[in-house]
Design a protein around this ligand. Structure first.
Ligand code: AQP
Length: 321
């Protein structure tokens, strides 16, 4: 069994990225990559992209299993190569329905072409490693669905080539919300100093203050109620995710918001501080990080070669030599 997952270097990673993705990058046979090619579908600053790629890769190494493969997407050309083949099997109609394109690019002449085609690259990311499960937060459903559709269609038209993957979801906290706007997802591309966004590498006292300032409501009753009490519910979901608990059960143990916030801050830091310590050790040793990323790149190149070759041959590429 192989799992594969990527994180775009579009901002400094958040608690949402950790609870929804990073902390599940533990499969020793897994392939985990910094999706830097996907970070270029909107206007970007090259220097910041490079810095965030390094930071994200180091965090992935700090969070994951020592045997897992961590690499940078652009260093494994098979992703782009298979992405193109899959563009040749996908339809404008299905790509036009993708949410990102509809929300950020449709009907705008200056939209980058890659914002339209990136779901094919993402399908390639998933399919290249013969993975049977994709561990992601629930906002990625549509992408995994497309990868499944593309794989099924390819297998039907060109012969059995790809494993059709399943979506692997956590029971809780698959969508951590912003602490100040608890109806919106916490996102790494939010402005850097947004106080509702917990960054994994921020100092612990800053993170604690952010939790203590989290928006709730004036009722002071702790109840799990996603539509009626989004702020309190988000705090309960964060607590549940950090302690492996059940948010509805946890709600019963609190009389007011102060105690809840203190426990959430403690729980968040108990998850983040060990990660920060491992990150600090790696970040102070760039040669080791380089060596791990080169090893990861080489393993990914080797592992992806057979499927790329099968797909190319099945589609009629090559000269018959
Ligand atoms: N708030 C969240 N709660 C739970 N999981 C989350 N993920 C992201 N935000 C949350 C998961 O983290 C991984 C990162 O995926 P991505 O880099 O491809 O981008 P994303 O999903 O769009 O994440 P962001 O942080 O919101 O980035 P931007 O701001 O660039 O769009 C995925 O597995 C995602 O589910």
């Amino acid at each position: 069994m192989t799992s594969v997952s990527g994180i775009m270097p579009t901002g400094r990673l958040t608690l949402g990225n950790h609870l929804g993705a990073l902390r599940r990058f533990t499969d020793p046979n897994g392939f985990y990559f910094v999706a830097n090619l996907h970070a270029m579908t909107m206007r970007h600053v090259p220097r910041r992209l490079a810095e965030l790629t390094r930071e994200t890769a180091t965090l992935m190494l700090a969070a994951g299993s020592p045997e897992g493969t961590v690499f940078v997407q652009s260093e494994v050309p098979a992703h782009v190569q298979l992405g193109y083949l899959l563009e040749c099997t996908s339809y404008v109609g299905e790509l036009s329905r993708m949410i990102q394109y509809k929300e950020k690019g449709r009907d705008k002449p200056m939209t980058r072409v890659s914002l339209f085609t990136y779901p094919c690259l993402m399908a390639a990311d998933i399919l290249l490693y013969g993975t049977d499960r994709v561990p992601v937060g629930d906002d990625q459903d549509q992408h995994v669905e497309l990868a499944r559709d593309v794989a099924i269609r390819f297998n039907r038209e060109y012969g059995e080539t790809f494993v059709v993957p399943e979506l692997a979801k956590a029971a809780f906290a698959t969508r951590i919300k912003d602490l100040q706007t608890p109806t919106a997802k916490m996102s790494k591309s939010d402005v850097d100093d947004a106080i509702g966004t917990i960054r994994l590498l921020d100092p612990p006292d800053v993170i604690r203050r952010q939790v203590m300032k989290a928006k709730t409501d004036s009722e002071n009753v702790v109840r799990y109620d996603p539509s009626g009490k989004p702020g309190v519910t988000n705090l309960l979901e964060i607590l549940a995710a950090c302690t492996d608990g059940d948010p509805e059960e946890l709600a019963k143990g609190y009389q007011g918001y102060g105690d809840l916030k203190t426990d959430v801050a403690d729980a968040v830091l108990s998850v983040i501080e060990p990660l920060q310590r491992r990150y600090a050790v790696l970040a102070s040793d760039p040669a080791t990080v380089d060596a791990m990323l080169i090893a990861g790149r080489d393993r990914a190149i080797e592992a992806s070669a057979p499927l790329l070759l099968s797909a190319s041959t099945a589609m009629g590429l090559g000269t018959g030599r």
